[in-house]
Design a protein around this ligand. Structure first.
Ligand code: NDP
Ligand code: MG
Length: 383
């Protein structure tokens, strides 16, 4: 297999750390690492993986990292310029986009324009700017291979199908999160600590909250539309509490292909790097004889209003994805600071969607503008 050289954006996060497990186990090389402010972990990662470039988004953190790495010849950069440099670094053939949030959009576009393979974890990028990202990927012949477990499952189940016309439906599985079965009234009472406890997956704070509101599944619905050029009518969601089937593809002959495995992100991360080959790696084995019964249920986008709003944005198209995502990022940020309640997240996203007119998106500025407007609506409300 081609030994990949990787620029890893968001190396100190949940996906970033698991990516480094895969990279170490599979003997791949690292060209660049980026983080926001976690200098301590970044220093350890740099000493272990010896990239050419280390980037901290935060200027002060970058200055501290530079001092700490004085005895090495690793270059340290900062801010968006640093992220863009890491995304385009010559020696990397692959960029793993594992930063949190829509800050990943510009670096992803920059890497695509260099024709690099994108191992895409950063779903906010496609939700906000999917039209632009996919068009640029086609233009520059850049492969986008998903890391998100559902989209990796779909990607795997789509291998070998000759014609997208044969696909009847993409089926995304959803764990349902920690509050599955709750009523609207019960959702009004949930606390931050409860929302941060996901039953099956261990992830960064923002996506854990998105999984509790089911916004995560809504973002994934829009992500799937862009990645696989599917209209919303051809995508459905099924609640599957056990997180063993990671998603399914139904074909026109009614055959359904599913991808199964343990809830271990190292498998989809590795496949995004090894594709089209499969190689042994660190992901845990699934023991079918000790796994629980597999169950399936209908999602409830009325009670879990964030899911309903995301499905509305999916149908609206244009800048609606950027508005949904921008408002959600701002609202989840406030919830994590305990400045709003859990159920306020949906209320604030809905307010932004109601106030900001739907417009077509043709360039990056349209996306950035919609994102900024949505964040403003949310922040004004809590001022
Ligand atoms: P984490 O919060 O664990 O990590 C985020 C990473 O991005 C960290 O390295 C962080 O640096 C960095 N970062 C945060 N804010 C900024 C910023 N403003 N500028 C530059 N870098 C920043 O997130 P996850 O790893 O859980 O998720 C990353 C992405 O992957 C998200 O888009 C998420 O939706 C997606 N994803 C995650 C899955 C999971 O299992 N975790 C599954 C599927 C998708 P620092 O540590 O210094 O703050
Ligand atoms: Mg997912």
């Amino acid at each position: 297999m081609k030994k990949r050289t990787i620029s890893l954006m968001g190396s100190t996060g949940s996906i970033g750390r698991q990516s480094l497990d895969v990279i170490a186990a599979c003997g791949m090389r690292v060209a660049a690492l980026t983080a926001n402010s976690n200098v301590e972990l970044m220093e350890r990662q740099v000493r272990q993986f010896k990239p050419e470039l280390a980037v901290m988004m935060d200027e002060k953190a970058a200055a501290e990292l530079k001092t700490r790495l004085d005895d090495t010849d690793v270059r340290v950069a900062s801010g968006m310029d640093g992220l863009l440099e890491a995304a385009q670094i010559d020696s990397a053939d692959t960029v793993i986009t594992a930063v949190m949030g829509m800050v990943g959009l510009r670096p992803t576009l920059a890497a695509i324009r260099q024709g690099k393979r994108i191992a895409l974890a950063n779903k906010e990028t496609l939700v906000c700017g999917g039209q632009i990202v996919m068009a640029e990927a086609r233009k520059y012949n850049a492969e986008i291979v998903p890391v998100d477990s559902e989209h990796s499952a779909l990607f795997q189940c789509l291998q070998g199908n000759r014609d997208r016309g044969e696909v009847k439906r993409l089926i995304l599985t959803a764990s349902g999160g920690p509050f599955f079965g709750y009523t609207k009234e019960q959702l009004e009472q949930v606390t931050l600590a409860q929302a941060l406890k996901h039953p099956n997956w261990s992830m960064g704070a923002k996506i854990t909250i998105d999984s509790a509101t089911l916004m995560n599944k809504g973002l994934e619905f829009i992500e799937a539309m862009h990645l696989y050029a599917m209209p919303p009518e051809k995508i459905s969601i099924v609640v599957h509490r056990e997180s063993i089937i990671h998603s399914l593809v139904e074909y026109c002959d009614n055959a359904i292909l599913a991808q199964m495995g343990t809830a271990d992100m190292r498998l989809p991360i590795q496949y995004a790097l090894s594709y089209p080959q499969r190689i042994p790696g660190p992901a845990t084995e699934l023991d079918m004889l000790s796994c629980p019964n597999l169950t399936f249920a209908k999602p409830d986008p009325d009670t879990f209003a964030c899911l309903g709003l995301a499905l509305r944005a999916a149908k609206l198209g244009g800048n609606a994805g950027a508005v949904l995502n921008g408002a959600n990022e701002a609202a989840v940020g406030l919830f994590l600071q305990e400045r709003i309640r859990f159920a306020d997240i949906a209320r604030l996203v809905e307010r932004a969607m109601n106030e900001i007119p739907v417009q077509p998106v043709s360039k990056l500025e349209d996306v950035l503008e919609a994102d900024a407007q949505a964040r403003r609506v949310v922040l004004e409300h809590v001022k």
